[in-house]
Design a protein around this ligand. Sequence first.
Ligand SMILES: Cc1cc2nc3c(=O)[nH]c(=O)nc-3n(C[C@H](O)[C@H](O)[C@H](O)COP(=O)(O)OP(=O)(O)OC[C@H]3O[C@@H](n4cnc5c(N)ncnc54)[C@H](O)[C@@H]3O)c2cc1C
Length: 460
Amino acid sequence: MTDLIERKLHRLAGKLSGRLSRPGQQLYAAATAIWAKPVGRMPSVVAHCQTPEDVRAAIQTARDCELPLSVRAGGHDWAGRALCEGLVIDLSGMNSAVVDSVKRTAQVAGGARASDVLAVADPLGLAAVTGSCSSVGMAGLTLGGGYGSLIGRFGLALDNLLAAEVVLADGRIVSARQDSEAELFWALRGGGGNFGVVTAMQCRLHDVPNVRSGMLLFPFGEAKAVLEGCVSITANAPEELTVQLGLAGGPDGTPLAMVVPTWCGPPEAGEARLEPFSKLGTVVAGAMDAMSYGDSLAAFDPFLVIGQRVFMESCWLPALDGRSIDAFIEAIANAVSPGCAIFTHECRGAASRVPVEATAFGLRRDHVLVEILATYADRSNPVDEDQHRRWVQDTLDAFSTMALPGGYPNFLPSGDVERAMKSYGCNVDRLIKAKRHYDPDNVFGSAIPLPASMRTLAAE
Ligand SMILES: Cc1cc2nc3c(=O)[nH]c(=O)nc-3n(C[C@H](O)[C@H](O)[C@H](O)COP(=O)(O)OP(=O)(O)OC[C@H]3O[C@@H](n4cnc5c(N)ncnc54)[C@H](O)[C@@H]3O)c2cc1C
């Protein structure tokens, strides 16, 4: 860091209502402890923001100093996009969530996690559309998409975004909604953190007094019958039923088939809707019950380990069928360690019915999102690293002939511009125009890959 940059950072520290932290400090350590173990150069400095004005000052300083910039909220981006080697805007202190139970909305600060929203909505019998893990940041999830167990009934998380307060690259603080900054509002719903820093969101809430859910684990040897059984149960099921599937190493490392059905419709119908899942095979562990929506998200908490090395890939499949189920099973049979896993998220019902041009999110049809994940603890072993990387790539390749173009933007690797373009489908040109308008200098270039300039743009 030059003296000039140091002076500017010193000035920023004086302006912030939050703090500025450096390597070696406790605040810095907390902000840089993200879900995926950071690799590469660590940030020079973290601005722990408390207000939109703090965020504006941090953006201006990063730009003045020509430092790379990134945004850290819930810290659950698998590729570690929250961190860069320059200045990190840490929103984790901006985590309030306030419910308006009359309007059925929540005012959610830019760094709030799903758990922050559920803590205030659950006791009122209200639910926000979240992902399946309560520790994921609401803004990161919502800006990129947001697949969760309420998807069939209420859509993606981004379909439930009503307004956003955004600090733009030029320092303006604007409110984006249907009738103000409408193009920004459109682009935010799918385009990720490419357009500015969202310091607050207004999200729609829904009356969901409880759900029926749970995690059932079956022996890996029964995986084919279990997965096929799930496909047949859900084929004609109401939109209130979603099922998340997984093949992963159990507590002792032996692979297991995981089934997580959730019913969010009338409570009296839930037991009958979920019962067939327990008859799919030999349940080695797990149970299903009525519970609050927030509690249903806790199912995954015991499996979440912060700070592991991770390789991840994903793809969109038109549906689960015999071929893709065989590919799943073969991949796990060839897993290089118990850290190799495959999970699915469904998209159907309300999420599929939204017209594709209504938001930037590029795939509006029933489909299955596949997550291919390899986690391992020790980065110092290059053989391990290489084996896990190769397993993920081989598994992705096995799905390639069945997959739809592109993939879930929140899961795309940094820099995979080609696939990002395909993901946004017919929305890509409009999205890039919005990017050029709101962030022409690509200040937020650490977000989901979306270049400020793109040769394929029709206008060129
Ligand atoms: C364990 C785990 C479970 C997951 N489960 C699901 C799931 O069920 N469904 C699903 O759809 N996705 C899921 N995801 C993916 C997740 O939604 C995305 O990775 C999301 O971006 C994480 O947001 P975050 O705030 O926690 O992450 P961070 O790492 O803090 O942020 C990632 C990036 O998002 C952008 N961003 C975040 N907040 C803001 C903001 N306020 N303003 C502007 N940009 C912002 C920035 O570009 C930032 O760098 C999961 C990820 C993990 C690791």
